[in-house]
Design a protein. Structure first.
Length: 150
């Protein structure tokens, strides 16, 4: 175990850089997907344009968002292990927010499937409000990581 910790300590800054890069990719997707949903909902269900929106959303989730969330979790946990942070309150709060963002990601994927079936459960206004979730969570996470208030 100590050899693994030594290796993680040696590559800590690479883990951190990779983590931040993939957080940016994931957050971009979390901001973009609900916006795509707003435009998607304005198209008729069985139109060719509807199929284009379904494909765009699927590609965003499959090519950018899914790999990014996986890498974010892997590198984040590797950093937490190398830093021995699991006893620190700020990390517990951050993990809670990251779990919530992961749940939000899963909810977006489910909403995409509903849209693909022709179900329009929310209004454009509701989707625009929901689009604020990653920004608020992201701001709180940055404060927790930089300030470490507890």
């Amino acid at each position: 175990m100590t050899l693994m910790l030594q290796v993680l300590a040696m590559i800590y800054f690479w883990l951190k850089a990779g983590h931040v890069i993939f957080v940016i990719f994931w957050m971009a997707g979390l901001f973009m997907l609900p916006r795509l949903f707003v435009y998607h909902q304005e198209t008729p269900v069985n139109s060719p344009e509807n199929a284009v929106w379904i494909d765009r959303e699927r590609k965003l989730m499959k090519i950018i968002m899914a790999p990014s969330v996986a890498v974010v979790w892997i590198l984040g946990l590797a950093m937490a292990i190398s830093g021995g942070w699991f006893t620190q309150g700020w990390l517990h709060a951050k993990l809670l927010l990251v779990v919530a963002l992961t749940g939000y990601h899963i909810w977006l994927a489910r909403y995409h499937r509903a849209l693909a079936k022709g179900e329009r459960r929310l209004t454009g206004k509701q989707l625009r409000l929901i689009n604020e979730v990653p920004g608020i969570a992201g701001a709180l996470i940055v404060i927790l990581v930089i300030v470490k208030p507890f």
